[in-house]
Design a protein around this ligand. Sequence first.
Ligand code: PMP
Length: 306
Amino acid sequence: MQRIVYLDGQYINENDAKISIFDRGFLFGDAVYEVTAVINGKLIENEGHMLRLQRSCSELQIALPVTVEEITSIQEELIKSNQLDEGGIYLQISRGSAGDRDFGYPGADVKPTLVLFTQARDLLNSPKATKGIKVITTEDIRWKRRDIKTVGLLAPCMAKQGALDKHVDDAWLVEDGYITEGSSNNAYIVTTEGVLVTRPLSNDILHGITRKALLELAEKEKIKIEERLFTAEEAYQANEAFVSSATTFVWPVIEIDGKKIGSGKPGTVAMKLREIYIELATQTAELKDGSKPFNKERLDTQRLAI
Ligand code: PMP
């Protein structure tokens, strides 16, 4: 089935959506993006994603072409027109096209290009969530502003493909001997003492919206948290490992570089966090009508540390 997608003010068939060859997203990777999960046809944690989108745009001096409220209406319209029950909505804003190739940013007369499309996915019943995933570690060759969610994703694509070529699911990236994050997710371990360890926020990693929610849930569960650097060697010795992102929620990691983590089965902390995150997300999705944030109080009292 062909999707209805959104391109610069129009809802059109995916085959009819065309963008200029001079679009800076295409020429320079000069674009930012967000992915919001959808459960029961409702947006999950969208306010957090919109906050991060505004922050990415402001770091790159890209003006939002429409308001955040309008973006949310577009997302809801696409959910309806594509009858999306479960999956995600991809959103991309590029700096637009100045009609030629030139490194310097074009003037304010060039309007950013806004694209949104839906992706139907089985998020709740993914086999990777119940079986866990295997990862390898690989050098983190990305740029130094990983806190900005840009479409310049060739390095993570190479890392992911390197993992697939080795018949595992994903790659954990390593810089100066320490894990930064997964190719498209945040990385965590649970030590033999039961401490949840994940890298602290900085420009070295993407400030995951799911990471923020999970750390708050873990705190409520009285799990000891340490936001600090950790090595692959420490991860090999851990009781558990897992990853988080908007559309995976939590996936246990059962093997790193061919070494079994803990029992080699999905860990209890990872599965518990997945369960309570989904419970909260699903409840919120059922209770609220999409236009409302996932947990407004949380976002208002503690703005994203980005
Ligand atoms: N790190 C990276 C590099 C990512 O690409 C993603 C997913 N976009 C994440 C972390 C997780 O972020 P979020 O929980 O906001 O999806």
